[in-house]
Design a protein around this ligand. Sequence first.
Ligand code: PMP
Length: 434
Amino acid sequence: ERSLQDLYTWGVPHVNGGLGRITEGLMTKGDGTYVEYADGKRMMDFTCGIGVTNLGHAHPRVSGAAAEQCMKLVHSQCSIALHEPYLRLIEALLPIMPHSSLDSFFFWNSGSEAVEMAIKMARLFTKKQNIICMGGGYHGRTYGAMAVTKSKTIYSEGTGPLMPGVFSIPYPYWHQCGLPQSTPTSEISSFCLERLSLLLSQQTSPSDTAAIIIEPVLGEGGYVPAPTEFLQGLRNVCDEHNILLIIDEVQSGMGRTGDYWAVKESGVKPDILLTAKGLGNGFPISGIITRKELSDRLKKGSMGGTYAGNAVSCAAATEVLKVFQDDRVLDNVKAREKELFGALNALKQDAEVGKFIWDVRGKGLMVGLEFLSGNGAPKSMAKRVAEKCIEKGMLILTTSVFEVIRFIPPCNVSKADLEKGCRIFEEAVREVVK
Ligand code: PMP
């Protein structure tokens, strides 16, 4: 058998070249906020595997529930027979839905698959075709999801033609709107809603428009929460024209923002709610949640997938929800949110480096820090700061095309680890501007 080092050297050239990576080496272990590599290097993880391990790596209760289910039933194929974990997961999710109308559940494996199904269902439910998405939004890399992804060209470059019938308006983020950063959120919201109104009168008639898809907190596109008045405005337009509102909480959901759902605060009712990532804490599972009254109209056999609603993933996800409740994890998110904003805003006020920090924003533990671009700021500052953090032992990510660092520590991160992460980040920023 090859040694780990030999395996790595031999195996990497056989890995598909399209897969990018921010670190070298094999990750061999994860516990809580930390991961280890084959060479013994231990790193703090402020990426959570891109917003997935919200309860930390290898959470004993989640892994335990999965192991127990593994010994009972791994796979039934839900078109052959349902299993207990599927219904237990519905039992756990139903009481925490952002709106009581959401009472019909389909489980799949990934966020992209959830987006595909939402598009398909929206077309079937409304008997209309077109989809409106947001400039800057990210929804995945399968064909339908790529078509509604507008955060970076690399995701779909050279792969067209994509799914037709897709239109976009800017996400309410000043870069997307070409507005000054100082623009009040109410003005940004009105600007984007005006663009929607124009789109519906100039490019895609409401009678051809099936759905609007939006992330309530823009994820890959820059970590920007959508203003409440914008989400409410979208809801009104949808109600007026029989358009469905698809709320993609693949990244923002499952406790990340201090509530189970980022959309909750706005009071806006999703017609279709999407969840994935944190739902399984690393076990592949996504949820497409809608109203029974709509999904009952689907023909039997029109939806399905070999691994849709896998028993082990459902058991893990049910345990994730129990841990959130038993350990009062949402309270932790709110407490740590204050400390994180405190630390980052203090850095923004700092005499030496503050002038390079343009904005600190977000909700809960989904926080974006944007560096100044140009105007004397170091070139590619976000990327360089992230690389420095990695050198110093902390995994952290940037976002799409703007100079944004995203903070996504585990939702149950300790006060001490959060402080440590903020210290590493501060050192990295100081070294990059030197
Ligand atoms: N929607 C959003 C908001 C996401 O952040 C992502 C993944 N980053 C996806 C969809 C796609 O999910 P997946 O990578 O599991 O296919």
